[in-house]
Design a binder for this molecule. Sequence first.
Ligand code: ACM
Length: 556
Amino acid sequence: MKKSLLICCLLLLQAGLVLHAQSRYALIPKPTRLTEQKGSFIIPRDVDIIIQSTNAQLLPIARLLADQLAIATGYKPSVTAGKSGKGILFVSAKGAQFGDEGYKLTVSPRQIVITAEQPKGFFYGVQTLMQLMPPAVFSPARVEGVTWEVPACTIEDQPRYGYRGGMLDVGRHYMPIDFIKKFIDLLALHKMNTFHWHLTEDQGWRIEIKKYPLLTKIGSIRKQSMVGRYGDNKYDGKPYGGFYTQDEVRDIVKYAQSKYVTVIPEIEMPGHSAGVLAAYPQFGSNPDKIVDVVSKWGVMDDVLFPREETFTFLEDVLTEVMDLFPSQYIHIGGDECPKTQWKQSRFCQNLMKEKGLKDEHELQSYFIQRIDKFVTSKGRRIIGWDEILEGGLSPNATVMSWRGVAGGIAAARQDHDVIMTPTTYCYLDYYQVDKSMQPTVPIAIGGYLPLEKVYSFDPSVTDSLTTAQAKHVLGVQANLWTEYVLTPEYAEYMLFPRLIAVAETGWTPQASRNVDDFKTRLETHKKRLDYLKVNYFGAPINGDFPYQMPKETASK
Ligand code: ACM
């Protein structure tokens, strides 16, 4: 009896120690290598952040850390350039062991050292360091009574994939600039490096193009929105609009750069283009056809036509877009383009004959290849949704595999780069609760995609690809389509915590990933999200949390 009691106590003690360690080092995404050590660094009131490097780009990163520390602690951290010191050190590494994004972080009771080669590595080292501190470090105001303690450890960290993205659709619902910046902050917090900005849709064109002012004057406004289930065919009778001026876009791109996030713009073509056609019907089936910015959801028959005038228009638009966005990639959509109008058009059928194209899929491929050639001639590269495989893949295209992973596998086998973002794991517009609970939460587009399922995705599809082909899988992306997502609060509710599971999928080696361990770390991480006022699924929204779900989206 006594012996079993002792064993029980020992097991409980061990479990307690494991839990303590898990909350002491509740890092998300989980680093590549973490060695726990005894003791802690206690942040002193006059903490120094010392940069031992000639790289001027490290200064704003150190400032970000100093500013947040100052807000939460009330301390006065200084940032200095110097050879030695106690405090928090940034040390530039020689050689090539860390890569573009990797870093080493050593915390001892005496000092903290972040070592990296590139600024991005330092930035990610800082993200990890902040997560080692008490969650209150993320507070927007001073928090009293906290011991600002950093547990000792050595971390060597670098990402599994070079591309870790989050897509936000602002076509269905415009999202305010403050929220776009918060989304960028949250990507960066989770070491995601790409914001895919879905800017144009049937339901609204959202980016100012100087040469074609009607795109925003007419194309950004729809008369109303569909509400409730699609089959109900009900509308709310209220107009929806909004767009981003070029100055606002520049500001957002610059802001994202300060958080080491690349912004990839998406300009949809040839489908999902009713916003264009409402403003400039001459680029569609018939210049006299009146096309409205669309008020319902789904896939529309009105699409761009492969006329010379359309290509001139698209090249003009893309020229302004490339001026605004320095990203290597420009996303050109390519998904869900019905061929109904092309089939019925004498112009399209003649063009197919003239160019020797055997069907309308090859006509779409011709369309995309023209755009590929133009974008490539400007030193950039196109990405398209996986429909761009149909009718033949354009020579320089990268494929975003969304209808499962099959498109990604096919593209990688053709030696094309791939981003994995299958609906079954990465579509965060799907419900987080099962069918029985869906009537109790705000309406979503359908499907059931819980956190655990998102986490279970392995983008490498190694069963289907050779080692060389698998190198074409550049990474993973989460998508939020916003048909039913009217507000930033609702966007956060859909995005979090599932986006964090995608972040860990993109960063952490597959062999180190474990969903139970992830969920334990997530519990501590939610305290950080509370300080950051993120309205994640399960957040205390009905308590004193400032956000309420929009009532009109509640399903019946
Ligand atoms: C898509 O979901 N239509 C890419």
